[in-house]
Ligand binder design. Structure first.
Ligand code: ZN
Length: 261
C-alpha cells in the first residue's frame, strides 16, 4: 500500500464522522446540537463521540450504522481517489459523496428528507450541474441546463406525488366505508419531490431523465420482489400493494451511477 493512500483514508474517516454526526442530530433537533445517547439521553462529550466510544452513563455502544458509515466512507474515498469521477473530479466528488451519504442514512432511518438538507443540496446541485454542463456549452447554457434539470426532476415527481395522494385518498375512503381506521400511509413522500429537484440540478437536462427512469424502475423492481416474497409466504393482502415505496435511495443510486461510474 502506498503511503499516499493515508490521505484519502484519513479524509474518508473524517467524512464518515461528519455523516454520522449530521444523521444523528439533524433529524432530532434540526440543528447542529451536541449529540446525545440514543438509549439514556445523556449528552455525549465531543471527545467520546468523535472517538466512537460507548455511553459513559448507560454503556450503550455506538450503532452498527455508525461503523458501517465509517467503513463505507473510507472505502469510497479511497476508490474515488484512485479512480476519480470524470464529471466531478476529486474534491467536488468527495463533497457529493458526503451529501449522498447523509441523505441516504436519514431517509432510510427516518423516512425523511429534511428541508435544510434539500436547501444545501439545491446550492450544491446548481454548482455541480453548472460545472458539468458549462464545460461544453459555456457558463450561461450550463446554468440553464442545470435549472431546467431541477425544474424537470421536481416537476415529474410533483405530478407522481399528486397521483399518489389521490390513490391514498381513495384508499382512505374505502377503508372508512369498511369501518377501518385511517392510517397515514403515503405512496410517495413529499421529500422525494425536493430530492428529485436537487438531483435534477446536479445532473442537469437531459441526464435527469435517465436518472428518474432508472430510479423508478429500481424502486419498482425492489417493491415487486418484496410483494412476490409476501405472495410466496401467503402473507399477501391488498394493503401490500399500497406499501410505501421509498424512492429517495433509488434516485440517489441512479444519480450516483451517472455522476461517478
Ligand atoms: Zn446512555
Amino acid at each position: 500500500m502506498s503511503i499516499a493512500l493515508l490521505f484519502p483514508i484519513l479524509l474518508g474517516w473524517v467524512a464518515g464522522l461528519f455523516i454520522n454526526y449530521v444523521s444523528d442530530v439533524l433529524p432530532l433537533t434540526r440543528r447542529f446540537s451536541q449529540p446525545v445517547c440514543i438509549q439514556c439521553g445523556n449528552h455525549l462529550a465531543w471527545t467520546d463521540y468523535l472517538t466512537l466510544r460507548a455511553c459513559r452513563v448507560c454503556g450503550k455502544k455506538r450503532s452498527l450504522r455508525t461503523w458501517l458509515v465509517q467503513i463505507f466512507a473510507v472505502a469510497s474515498f479511497v476508490y474515488f481517489w484512485l479512480v476519480p469521477s470524470k464529471a466531478l473530479g476529486i474534491p467536488l466528488g468527495m463533497i457529493v459523496l458526503i451529501y449522498f451519504g447523509i441523505i441516504i442514512v436519514i431517509d432510510l432511518e427516518h423516512r425523511l428528507i429534511l428541508h435544510p438538507t434539500s436547501l444545501v443540496g439545491a446550492v450544491l446541485g446548481l454548482l455541480v450541474g453548472t460545472l458539468i454542463h458549462s464545460r461544453a456549452d459555456g457558463l450561461l447554457v450550463g446554468i440553464g441546463k442545470s435549472l431546467l434539470g431541477g425544474l424537470f426532476g421536481s416537476g415529474v415527481m410533483f405530478l407522481l406525488y399528486q397521483f399518489g395522494t389521490l390513490v391514498a385518498r381513495l384508499r382512505a375512503r374505502k377503508m372508512q366505508a369498511a369501518g377501518q381506521a385511517e392510517d397515514e400511509e403515503e405512496a410517495l413522500g413529499g421529500g422525494d419531490v425536493y430530492l428529485a429537484g436537487v438531483l435534477g440540478l446536479m445532473l442537469g437536462w437531459p441526464f435527469i431523465w435517465d436518472a428518474l427512469i432508472i430510479g423508478v424502475l429500481l424502486g419498482g423492481a425492489v417493491s415487486f420482489l418484496f410483494l412476490l416474497a409476501l405472495v410466496v409466504r401467503r402473507r399477501y393482502t391488498v394493503d401490500a400493494l399500497m406499501t410505501f415505496i421509498p424512492y429517495g435511495p433509488y434516485f440517489i443510486i441512479s444519480a450516483f451511477y451517472k455522476l461517478f461510474l
